[in-house]
Design a binder for this molecule. Structure first.
Ligand SMILES: [Zn+2]
Ligand SMILES: [Zn+2]
Ligand SMILES: [Zn+2]
Length: 153
């Protein structure tokens, strides 16, 4: 899907939720959509400042990213302290639980829908030690298809 289409969907989602889609927000999201790999807030600050004046501060980028996370347009990868655009940016359905598979060779990250049964089993398993899971965040490391194919040649 074209970047412009994705931005349009993002704008709609923001506006439906009563949030403004400012030029700064649009620009940050645009850079994250175009990125081949997860980016940190500092990467995004640098990208923004390369082509915009006045410059933006990292603190503002963090705030913008928090807004996008709240809107479910962006996800944070806590292990890497980096961000990726939600792969369901243009979808109409409710966002389900997700996990990420991250390639150790090329650094790409892909969002995978967590099946409800697995979430349920994890909750039951954690409850055996009296624990209640509130935030299930998973990042699994391995090789993406492209990199696995290369190593198999
Ligand atoms: Zn998502
Ligand atoms: Zn979807
Ligand atoms: Zn890879």
């Amino acid at each position: 899907m074209l970047v412009d289409n994705l931005l349009q969907h993002a704008q709609q989602k923001c506006q439906q939720a009563g949030g403004r889609f400012t030029d700064k927000r649009r620009n940050i999201l645009d850079n994250l959509i175009k990125a081949k790999q997860p980016l940190s807030a500092y990467d995004l600050t640098e990208l923004y400042n390369q082509s915009n004046a006045p410059k933006i501060q990292p603190m503002s980028v963090y705030r913008i990213l928090d807004f996008f996370i709240e809107m479910e347009l962006v996800h944070k990868l806590p292990t890497l302290n980096k961000y990726v655009v939600c792969s369901h940016l243009a979808c109409k359905h409710n966002h389900q639980d997700q996990y990420f598979v991250i390639c150790k060779a090329c650094g790409s990250a892909q969002e995978v829908t967590m099946n409800a049964q697995l979430t349920q089993e994890l909750s039951e398993s954690a409850s055996t030690v009296g624990f209640q899971i509130t935030d299930a965040q998973f990042e699994l490391f391995g090789l993406c298809k492209g990199c696995a194919d290369k190593t198999n040649i």
